[in-house]
Design a protein. Structure first.
Length: 202
């Protein structure tokens, strides 16, 4: 995953994916004015399946897709190569909006793209990308903590069953094992569960 992009636009690495909207020259000029770094411009009409490989090779901080209506094959690579994504589209049904957002698009701009608004849209896209990534990180952390708590509870149950300990004593035994071995509670719990499964009669 790329390092966190700054909301500052100078030096921002931008990839422009143009689907025949003929706005590339105007967008290029505005990106130059904003002092962004345009890493490449790809033609989605001529090469609709190259976006994934270009994202992997160039690792832009922001992808700008300029099209009439986004096609599924353009959106598919976004989940594999996360970066901030601004979609400019002329025609988008509600289900297409949902599909685009689900695929990893951060901001959707419908109809016109006034050059004077591009800077604000880029910053909004970056801010939304950071917000979404923070939420995903928090969710993943919460899921990991829940899984670890379940492991600890299961290991504590094994100690209670095998050694006749109450809940607190079993937890303290588990914690002492973790301290003695220099491992986390979850790691010790996993080893204890594995050993219990191995030794238990089948």
């Amino acid at each position: 995953m790329n390092p966190s992009p700054s909301l500052s636009l100078p030096g921002l690495r931008v990839l422009l994916a143009d689907a025949g909207q003929r706005r590339s020259p105007v967008i290029r000029l505005e990106l130059i004015r904003l002092r962004c770094q345009l890493v490449d411009v790809i033609d989605l009409v001529a090469e609709p399946l190259t976006l994934g490989s270009v994202l992997e090779r160039l690792t832009p901080e922001l992808l700008l897709i300029d099209c009439h209506t986004p096609r599924p094959e353009w959106l598919a690579p976004l989940s594999r190569h996360p970066c901030a994504v601004l979609l400019v589209a002329q025609d988008l049904a509600p289900e297409q909006m949902r599909a685009a957002l689900h695929a990893g698009v951060n901001i959707i701009q419908l109809a016109a793209l006034p050059p004077q608004h591009l800077g604000a849209l880029l910053q909004l896209t970056l801010a939304r990308f950071e917000h979404d990534r923070s939420l995903r990180s928090e969710l993943q952390q919460a899921q990991t903590q829940l899984a670890e708590r379940k492991l600890v509870e299961r290991a504590r149950g094994i100690l209670m069953r095998e050694h006749g300990l109450d809940e607190e004593a079993a937890f303290q035994r588990l914690r002492q094992l973790a301290m003695d071995s220099g491992q986390t509670l979850a790691a010790v719990a996993t080893r204890l569960i594995d050993a219990d499964q191995l030794l238990r009669p089948r």
